[in-house]
Design a protein around this ligand. Structure first.
Ligand SMILES: [Cu+2]
Length: 326
């Protein structure tokens, strides 16, 4: 179906319209597209026609003076001016709407970190996917732990940079229940292309259930380690079990108890000491072969001893897990 006639929830060019911003953004896009098509076609036809009609050929003598038509020139200056001012106006109104935060919002703290997303909710729950309530204004309070990232959910037509050293805000209201892609859309290093997660829009009842569930850290120590692995950005660089990025960090699978060759020569055993050193002071014992890999940030002050022990237990449980398939 042609874009301008497209249904609110299904467009020709773009993903499903899933926020209150989407119809306005798509409308302006369609209008600009159609204006371009409507002018492009007759201009190209006229150009080709004149090229043929007035081509240089034996016996043909062109006009020696330039012709002038005031009415035509005023028309093709004034009409496009009004069109451009209107496009600017529509764009500005849309931009201001996105820019003005509503007062009663469901707030989510967003942390972007190479190369994972972390979302914190009002009840303290944390997740690596963004959960949202349908029909409710959501405000993202966003910060970066390292470099410049950018939050983008195409279905919401909502995008904003996340800048290190400050909080950036954005808001939107999801209008459709479902699962939508959430991208980092600012190049941020080796695994930028893998910095993808989902925005999951749920009914009020489901959403509250999800938050309650997410708030609960698993009791089992290995489960808790996996839970932390998914939420504390380990997943962005280390492969574990059957998930996570394949690099730049080494895989957790089958590492426990093995010797670790060090960049400076010698080796240490992959045990409790090695894991806690690697987490708290990652630059202390460089593993051979990883000297030039993106440096791991220290988790000093970010993970409690008990949490480091849970991650250690999780790594230990992966002793006989398969290495990642390249
Ligand atoms: Cu990024």
């Amino acid at each position: 179906m042609l874009p301008i006639f497209a249904d609110v929830h299904d467009t020709f060019w773009f993903p499903k319209q899933a926020s209150t911003f989407a119809p306005q953004v798509d409308f302006l896009y369609d209008v600009i597209l159609w204006i371009s098509i409507i002018f492009f076609i007759p201009i190209v036809i006229a150009m080709v026609y004149f090229m043929v009609k007035y081509r240089q050929r034996p016996g043909y003598k062109g006009s020696t003076e330039a012709l002038h038509n005031t009415f035509l020139e005023v028309t093709w200056s004034v009409v496009p001016t009004f069109v451009v001012v209107w496009i600017f106006w529509e764009g500005m109104v849309g931009y201001l709407r996105m820019q003005t935060l509503p007062s009663d919002t469901e707030d989510v703290k967003v942390t972007a970190k190479k190369w994972v997303w972390s979302f914190k909710y009002k009840n303290g729950a944390e997740s690596d996917k963004l959960y949202l309530q349908v029909g409710r204004d959501a405000k993202m309070i966003m910060r970066s732990d390292d470099v410049l990232h950018s939050f983008f959910v195409p279905a919401f037509r909502a995008k904003r940079d996340i800048v290190p050293g400050r909080y950036n805000y954005m808001w939107f209201q999801p209008t459709v229940e479902g699962t939508f892609d959430l991208f980092c859309t600012e190049y941020c290093g080796d695994n930028h292309s893998g910095m993808i997660t989902k925005a999951i829009v749920q009914s009020e009842e489901e959403y509250n259930k999800t938050l309650a569930l997410l708030a609960k850290e698993p009791d089992d120590i290995v489960e808790r380690g996996k839970w932390l692995y998914e939420r504390k950005a380990c997943k962005g660089c280390h492969y574990a079990g059957t998930e996570g990025a394949q690099g730049p960090g080494p895989s957790y699978n089958g590492s426990w108890g093995k010797p670790v060759p060090l960049a400076g020569g010698g080796e240490v055993v992959f045990d409790e000491n090695y894991v806690s050193n690697a987490i708290l002071n990652p630059q202390g014992q460089y593993r051979k072969g990883y000297e030039t890999a993106s440096a791991m940030p220290s988790y000093k002050g970010q993970l409690k001893l008990e949490q480091i022990e849970a991650i250690t237990a999780y790594i230990q449980s992966l002793q006989s897990a398969e290495p990642p398939k390249k």
